[in-house]
Design a protein around this ligand. Structure first.
Ligand SMILES: Cc1ncc(COP(=O)(O)O)c(C=O)c1O
Length: 403
């Protein structure tokens, strides 16, 4: 909840902009690292969720590792203070160039996604005269009960090595002269809200696969269970800190863990989603034949989740209380981009809104700014940190016209 002073400060800033609450990020990181330490779990932040350099530095300063899915993420993570020995690199389509850079950086593990990638890793490590530390990413064929675009652990998905390839992988690993087998990796999807059900299934399946590889003579020293913990998009203030404890308790209860084995997780969304808000201003209030549109100055190019996944974000008019507005109205809140999918929320009840009102699109810190683009040649949204509000670019006040 913003106070009046904070609202008047934010109203002066040029919109649209991403606002990051650095205190909330810190509180989330404290909760995550304390809970992980209690459970003996090692954390690698999934850089893909938000690769803002200040955010990465705040996360690496807590001693957390990095989970990357491109060569540039590996380089960026290391530049922002994540040690190579805590950096893992997944992705079904790693290029030779990306693999070479990561081998040169001597990262903790490649999470290898196919038999052919295993051969390429071996060949490139041999050519460089180094050893590649490799975990196999397993496709456990588990339904994460989430949106089909963020489900990654089913056989119909491109990720990981499935059971019918385990024996070939074992033969190949024995033949690869330049690979050190590091362990097994799993990641079944994102925005998982059936925490107990999905993660217990993942852990039981992981335990079976670990046993299979150990019975073939491979010591599985590292088990990486990926990310996926969901956040509350509907009521962000009710669950501002994700329940890391429930996730880790579920792992404790359902993963067979032998002594000395290291357990890793790769949360992204749950670390950064709630600390980010996309602020935008009302440009026009437009009465249509069947509905009233609030046309705002942030578009799908700034935050693509609603257009891409039909994702829900809580939307608030933060100026309304400041203005002492009375009454409510049903609006379709839409952006300026020339696509009919550029809709922030249809049929939303908001305080009666006017041109110039500041609107908050909540829970925008993950898969938001990092996925933005310049479609329609629109300018990129600005970035404002709660501890550096004074650095923000000031807005030109909108011209006043009658409602
Ligand atoms: C391999 C891997 N690990 C971790 C994550 C992070 O997931 P989340 O942001 O849901 O925690 C992802 C994202 O999909 C991923 O692909």
């Amino acid at each position: 909840m913003l106070n009046i002073r904070e609202i008047s400060e934010l109203e002066k800033i040029r919109t649209p902009f991403y606002h990051y609450d650095m205190d909330l990020l810190d509180a989330t990181l404290v909760s995550l690292t304390e809970s992980a330490a209690r459970h003996g779990i090692e954390v690698h932040y999934a850089v893909k969720a938000n690769a803002d350099e200040r955010i990465l530095k705040a996360i690496s300063a807590k001693g957390i590792g990095a989970d990357c899915v491109s060569g540039n993420e590996v380089l960026c993570a290391i530049r922002c203070g994540f040690p190579p020995e805590k950096t893992v690199f997944a992705g079904a389509g790693k290029t030779d160039e990306e693999i070479i850079h990561a081998l040169e950086a001597d990262i903790f593990a490649f999470n290898c996604e196919s038999l052919q990638e295993l051969k390429v890793l071996d060949a490139l490590a041999g050519r460089l005269g180094v050893r590649a530390k490799v975990s196999l990413r397993i496709n456990p064929n588990i339904d994460a009960h989430t949106h089909k675009y963020v489900t990654t652990g089913l056989y119909e998905n491109k990720f990981g090595i499935s059971a019918h390839d385990f024996d070939s992988a074992i033969i190949l690993l024995r033949d690869c002269g330049n690979i050190d087998f590091n362990g097994l990796h799993f990641h079944v999807g994102s925005q998982i809200t059936d925490v107990k059900e999905v993660f217990s299934l993942e852990c039981r399946r992981a335990s079976e696969v670990v046993e299979y590889f150990e019975s073939a003579g491979f010591a599985v020293q590292n088990i990486d269970l990926g990310g996926g913990l969901g956040v509350d998009y509907e009521n962000p203030d009710d669950a501002i800190l994700p329940d890391f404890g429930l996730w880790f308790d579920t792992i404790d209860r359902h993963l067979k863990r032998r002594s000395g084995q290291r357990i890793h997780v790769e949360p992204g969304r749950s670390v950064v989603a709630q600390c980010g808000t996309l602020f935008t201003k009302v440009l026009y209030v437009k009465g249509g034949d069947t509905k009233t549109f609030l046309i705002v100055d942030a578009g799908m190019n700034d935050l693509i989740r609603p257009a891409l996944y039909g994702a829900y974000h809580s939307i608030e008019n933060v100026s309304a209380s400041h203005r002492g507005a009375s009454g409510e109205q049903v609006y379709d809140i839409v952006g300026p981009v020339c696509e009919s999918s550029d809709v922030w929320g249809a049929g939303r009840v908001l305080p009666a809104s006017v041109r110039g009102d500041l609107i908050a699109i909540r829970t925008a810190g993950a898969y938001g700014q990092v996925m933005s683009m310049r479609y329609n040649l629109r300018d990129c949204a600005g970035t404002v940190y709660s501890d550096r509000i004074g650095d923000a670019v000031t807005a030109v006040p909108p011209v006043a016209v009658s409602e």
